[in-house]
Ligand binder design. Structure first.
Ligand code: 3PG
Ligand code: MG
Length: 405
């Protein structure tokens, strides 16, 4: 994989695919507010390197999943990259022009007018339905409209490398290309997790659905020594062990798969740690009434929103001797302060580990920041959840394959 440092970029127009897909909330005045700018910050090293070397930097990114059959409908519905352009300008300490379209007249005018060392941003690339088209020819045609805007391609959108999308997969096939600093750093960390990790290697998985993570768990059974399963997905594991989970999140159709996986793990001697007590609430809300129940005796009319105190201790004790940790997914509804203790306990235990500690993914990254852990409490906070998981599953990431070609 060629590194951006090896590209001659001075005076070149660089098509920089970044992942600036940040979470947004509505501000009081109705405008969109960025709640975690981690991905914008993580994109700054490559952008700064390129501008210092005299490149004309044309940034391409997606935001959310715009809905609508055609460009006009999507552009009208948003979200626009406007708040991202403003934040990027602030952080970079430079003007960032935002094109009014993705590959139309405004993009062409802005790309042609870029000075050496200047930065511009195309509008949300997913306004163009062809960006995510399944049909190769449709994507390639759109990719050609993007490729004419620039002379070289730099892939730095780590969080989107698992998407076979035009700006991730097809544009690099049409231009000289290289990997940006963020992509190189993220892939380096993932390599350390897969090639000879220091042991014990403990993986913590949370988040809503086992169906999203069964493939990675299966792959990790070969690599990790211990798997800690908490949060929304753990209730399906408890149900697979025959326990009542009340009105907690449950993927009923996955119970059989989870049972098979538990058998597989015990046959291979991989320890799977599940919650032993849960915080059962009367409903899904920040101020819902709640009590702690043993996992063996969970009431049918309650919904678990967090891990109980014995589970928090258990999880911490199962992390204490780790030398390598990968964590993906909060273990409770941390957005509600009353149900953040489980996720906080996991974050704290991981922050005390001596070894390589990797926090993977948008939700977990947002969780540790919202719970006021400094980034320095972990060896690495990844900008990509899905991308990290697919890499650890052993899948080929389309965007990475394109950069390697
Ligand atoms: C992410 O947020 O996971 C990446 O930016 C990819 O976005 P997507 O899941 O909408 O493809
Ligand atoms: Mg995602």
């Amino acid at each position: 994989m060629r590194a951006v440092a090896d590209l001659d970029v001075s005076g070149q127009t660089v098509f920089l695919r970044a992942d600036l897909n940040v979470p947004l909330a509505r501000a009081a005045n109705g405008s969109a507010r960025i709640t975690d700018d981690g991905r914008i910050r993580a994109s700054l090293p490559t952008i700064g390197d390129l501008t210092r070397r005299g490149a004309r930097v044309l940034v391409c990114a997606h935001l959310g999943r715009p809905k609508g059959d055609d460009y006009a409908a999507r552009a009208a519905g948003g979200p626009s990259l406007r708040p991202v352009a403003d934040r990027l300008a602030e952080l970079a300490g430079a003007d960032v022009a935002l094109a009014a379209d993705v590959a139309g007249p405004s993009a062409a005018r802005i790309a042609a007018g870029l000075a050496d060392g200047a930065i511009a941003l195309l509008e949300n690339v997913r306004f163009e339905p062809a960006e995510t088209a399944k049909d190769d020819a449709t994507r390639e045609e759109f990719a050609a409209r993007l490729a004419v805007l620039a002379t070289v391609y730099v892939g730095d959108g780590f969080g989107a490398l698992h998407r076979k999308h035009a700006s991730v997969f097809d544009v690099p096939a049409q231009l000289p290309h290289a990997a940006g600093e963020l992509v190189q750093e993220e892939i380096g960390v993932l390599r350390s997790l897969t090639e000879n990790p220091e042991r014990p290697y403990v993986v913590v998985l949370g988040g809503a659905k086992p169906s999203d993570k069964l493939a990675v768990i299966t792959n990790l059974l070969d690599k990790a020594d211990r798997l800690i399963i908490g949060g929304g997905m753990s209730y399906t594991f408890l149900a697979a062990r025959g326990l009542e989970v009340g009105r907690s999140l449950l993927e009923r159709d996955q119970i059989g798969n989870v049972r098979a996986l538990l058998d597989d793990a015990s046959a291979r001697g991989v320890e799977i740690v599940l919650p032993v007590d849960l915080v059962g609430a009367t409903g899904f809300s920040a101020d819902a009434e709640h009590d702690v129940y043993p996992a063996q005796a969970f009431p049918a009319d309650r919904e678990s929103l967090d891990m109980g105190p014995r589970t928090r201790e258990l999880f911490a004790s199962k992390l204490a001797d780790a030398r390598t940790v990968f964590w993906n997914g909060p273990v409770g509804v941390f957005e509600f302060p009353a149900f953040a203790a489980g996720t906080r306990a996991v974050a704290k235990a991981i922050s005390e580990v001596h070894g390589l500690t990797v926090v993977g993914g948008g939700d977990s990254a947002a969780a540790v920041r919202q719970l006021d852990f400094p980034d320095s409490a972990f060896s690495h906070i990844s900008t990509g959840g899905g991308a990290s998981l697919e890499y650890l599953e052993g899948k080929t990431l389309p965007g990475l394959a394109a950069l390697n070609d």
